[in-house]
Design a protein around this ligand. Structure first.
Ligand SMILES: [Zn+2]
Length: 222
């Protein structure tokens, strides 16, 4: 990310880059928080193209790829038709490159996230016939679209203990991982070669497995 900062500083000084209206005085182009990245620019084509080239350079040097499923573009003070145009230009420039989107197939070496977008597009094609959403009479809705593309597994008896509106999301996630016995406890870390001692971190007697740590360890029984 330090490399990205340096390249951005370089191009904004040397090229005809236009700052976001509220960032010009500070010469602010980006903010980083952990692995999240916010980029600020004026919404003109020239600045966007510069930014895309900077990101392509950064990706080639670092191997880091943008996750398009987790990425968003936010506009302020830009006409709707320009927003559409910018989004279409961006996707075309990076991925589609003028091909027919309906029949488009991602390249073999495309990123996992872009292949996922294309896979969803193909799934939607199956139920979108001559401009009509065939899954429900009222037409397309987010709910029916999501139900169509999501993986469906048999309902388990414990799901309401984990996923309900009163739970803290982080707690739900950890509980879910525990029930699936997928926490990286010592019994697993030993198999991976990360450590050699698989004894419980609390009692130091028995092997640290999910069953022991959450049900059998004397500390939990006390
Ligand atoms: Zn123990």
């Amino acid at each position: 990310m330090e490399y990205l900062s340096r390249v951005l500083s370089f191009v904004t000084a040397k090229m005809n880059f236009k700052y976001h209206a509220l960032c010009g005085q500070l010469k602010l182009t980006h903010l980083m928080l952990a692995d999240d990245l916010l980029l600020f620019i004026k919404g003109d084509i020239g600045s966007i193209m510069i930014l895309l080239r900077v990101y392509a350079t950064f990706s080639a040097a670092s191997g880091v790829q943008m996750n398009t499923l987790k990425s968003n573009i936010y506009f302020n003070g830009v006409a709707t038709d320009v927003k559409d145009s910018l989004w279409v230009k961006w996707v075309n420039h990076i991925y589609i490159k003028g091909a027919n989107w309906t029949d488009y197939t991602p390249k073999q070496d495309s990123s996992w996230s872009w292949k996922s977008v294309c896979r969803v597009k193909d799934q939607f094609k199956q139920v979108y016939s001559t401009g009509t959403w065939t899954l429900q009479p009222k037409g397309y809705s987010m709910n029916s679209g999501y139900q169509h593309i999501r993986f469906k597994f048999p309902e388990v008896s414990w799901h309401k203990c984990i996923w309900n509106k009163w739970r803290v999301p982080k707690h739900s996630f950890i509980n879910w991982i525990i029930i699936r016995e997928a926490l990286p406890l010592k019994d697993r870390l030993v198999q991976y070669g990360v450590c050699t001692d698989d004894r419980c971190c609390i009692c130091s007697i028995h092997a640290e497995t999910h069953t022991h740590l959450f049900q059998q360890c004397d500390y939990n029984k006390a």
